[in-house]
Every structure is written in C-alpha cells, then in structure tokens.
Design a protein around this ligand. Structure first.
Ligand code: F6R
Length: 369
C-alpha cells in the first residue's frame, strides 16, 4: 500500500498535487465563482461576521497562521489564529458574529475539540476544516469543509497541510465573494492561480534531488534554524516542526525581523539556516529586508539554505545552497515553499536512521488534552 515508496511520508509528499486538485474539485466553476454549498452557514450569517478566529494544533495551526494573512487581506475581517490548547483558558471574546474555524486533519484532536465546544457555548458559529469524514470535530461543528487529501498515514503531516491551506484560501475567497468586498481582478486572478498550484507543486517535487543530497550532508548537525517573513514565517515554523518530529534535531523557526532582537546570538560557524524568501514582486520591501538578513547571518558564519522564487537573482551571492520555487501570488507561496522543507526533514530523518512514519513519542491523532 506504500505503492513502492519506502515510507508513507514519501508517498504522501508525492500525492500532494492530486490532494490539492481534489480539494479544489467542484468548488470553483469555469468563470471563477466559488460554490461552497456544503458550508451550510447562510450567506446572511457570513455577511454579518465581524471577526474570524482560527483554532488548531501543530501543523494545522501553521496552516491557520497562513490563513490569517489571506482572510484579512481578501475580506478585511479581523482574524486571529490561536493554539487550540491555549484558547479557552483565556476567556476569549466571542459572540454570534464570530466565525471560528477549527482546522484538524484527524478531526479527533482533543485540544481543538474543546476549543470549538467553548466557542459554540459562547454563541460563535464554528466551521471545521477537516480531512476525516464523520469524525468528531466536524460532527460537533455548525458546518464543515472537507479537505480531500485522502488518508494520511505517516504521523508527520504533509499532504493534509497543503489541502488545509487550499481549504482556508477557499473560505477566505468565498467570504470575500459573499460580502462583495475587494471582489475584483485580484481575486479572480488568485482563483485562477489557485487552480494552477497543483502543477507548481508537481514542478517542485521534480527538482528535489539536490535538497535530499543537502539533507544527507547535514545528518551530523545538532541545530537547524529557519527564518521567514509574512506568510513565510509560519512556513519556517512548519519546517522546524517537521525537523523536530522526524530528525529529533533542535530546530527553531523565527520571524526574520526578530533576528536582531535575540536569535542572531545563535548564529555561529557553519550552523545551517534555512531562509524562506518572500517574492521580490509583491511586498518587495520585505524581500529586500530578508536579503539583508541573509547577508548578516552569513557574515557571522551561517551556512545559508535559501528558498527563493525563480528569477530572484538578489539572493544568489549570499546563498550557500539555493532551492528554487516557481513564481506564485504572494499569499499562495507557502503551498510551494513548504514542500522542500518536508523533503528536507524526511531525508534527514532517514539519514539519521530514524523511523520516518512513526517518530518516537508521537501519535497520529492526539485524543487527550
Ligand atoms: C505535525 C503533526 C501534528 C498535527 C497536530 C494536529 O506533523 O502531525 O502537529 O498537525 O497534532 O492534528 P490534527 O490536524 O489531526 O488536529
């Protein structure tokens, strides 16, 4: 059932273009209009929403962090993303006009379930984004948008993450459509580019051999750091999480702008630092700032592993290793930049002799708080 792959994780990484396409299937019509009839929250209620709160754990939380950028940009509704395990313990402000989005691959994560129960008790509407039909989280929610990743067997989440992003973008674009705000050329373009993203993921998958080789060469390191900005920041966190769970290495993700506020003290000779570079188009100020960060850490001895868009030449002089990703709209970049980080972690785990599909101390679904 591993279809010739050594690990389920490898198979699931390879399945991502299909998982993404399946999650889009039937949800966008030929003229770029979204139809999410399955989300049985009336358009009237969605038009009244004045706050979105996303709750999730682990990898799903990282998808939620990325979704915040998309929801606020496209809908102008304030959105916060919170760890499900923290949420109900701080007496969050919720009412009937709050839309809570609970993201969970398994649909059984107790922390997320308790967060959504708390939200519903306060009168908020809860939309689940879930990969498991009929699981507890969608059953207890007001509505559900299923991701169609297919069964995810490896403990480390990969294809579920990409489909969670797709589902979040669909919700964000649908909210924008229903509310009629900012519904213009940009959103139509994004809908079109979202439909093309599966092919771009396939393209990335076809260029991963140098990433594998690089990972094998780092097998005796103790620490790997990850930097990102904007939507690349949660991607950095996700890259670090994958490496912790699979390679059992000390891995930390930082917002690149925070570097000078502390983490730069960690930079020493030959420490590998993976940098997720924002597009030089779009928010180009951020791009330039991160290029300076790469220069700074390299001057202090870091071994820089740079993930940057095709055509981004500014990073070339400072990249010890350069991983190219295709051009995408700014907000969609995590769909392609996360993939090399998955491959990197999987290969490092293999090189260190770890059990890739069943990392120590972890379970696929965490049904205790
Ligand atoms: C990371 C991972 C975990 C899960 C988290 C949430 O690779 O697998 O961090 O993402 O436990 O699980 P779900 O999505 O099932 O609620």
């Amino acid at each position: 059932e591993k279809d010739g792959y050594d690990y389920f994780m490898l198979k699931e990484i390879a399945e991502q273009p299909k998982a993404v396409a399946d999650t889009l299937l039937g949800r966008i019509d030929g003229s770029g209009v979204l139809s999410l009839d399955e989300v049985r929250i009336s358009e009237e209620v969605l038009r009244e929403v004045d706050k979105v709160v996303i709750v999730a754990c682990g990898t799903a939380y990282h998808a939620g962090m990325i979704a915040k950028y998309a929801i606020e940009h496209w809908t102008r509704i304030p959105c916060e993303t919170e760890l499900a395990s923290e949420f109900r313990y701080r007496d969050p402000i919720l009412d009937r006009r709050t839309l809570v989005i609970a993201i969970s691959q398994s649909g059984e994560t107790m922390d997320t379930l308790m967060a959504l129960r708390h939200a519903r008790e306060q009168g908020a509407k809860v939309l689940a984004i879930c990969n498991t039909n009929g699981s507890t989280i969608p059953r207890e929610s007001d509505a559900v948008l299923y991701t169609h990743a297919g069964p995810e067997v490896a403990v480390a989440s990969t294809k579920a993450f990409l489909t969670q992003l797709v589902a979040c973008y669909l919700v964000a674009l649908y909210l924008a459509q229903v509310r009629g705000n900012k519904w213009g050329d940009e959103i139509r373009d994004v809908v079109r580019e979202l439909a093309a993203i599966g092919d771009q993921v396939r393209q990335v998958l076809g260029t991963m051999e140098p990433v594998r080789e690089l990972a094998r060469g780092l097998a005796d390191k103790n620490t790997v750091l990850f930097l990102g900005r904007h939507v690349g920041y949660p991607v950095a966190l996700e890259g670090a999480l994958k490496l912790k769970e699979l390679a059992y290495m000390h891995a930390e993700g930082f917002a690149a702008g925070e570097l000078k506020h502390g983490p730069i003290a960690l930079i020493e000779d030959d420490v590998p630092v993976v940098v997720v570079v924002p597009s030089p188009r779009g928010r180009s100020v951020l791009h330039d700032k991160i290029v300076s960060n790469i220069q700074e850490i390299r001057a202090r001895g870091a071994r820089t592993i740079v993930i940057a868009e095709e055509g981004d030449e500014a990073v070339v002089p400072y990249a010890d290793h350069l991983v190219r990703i295709p051009r995408t709209p700014v907000l969609l970049q995590p769909m392609v930049s996360a993939v090399p980080l998955q491959v990197f972690a999987c290969e490092l785990a293999t090189a260190r002799g770890n059990e890739v599909d069943q990392p120590r101390n972890l379970a696929k679904s965490v049904t205790v708080e």
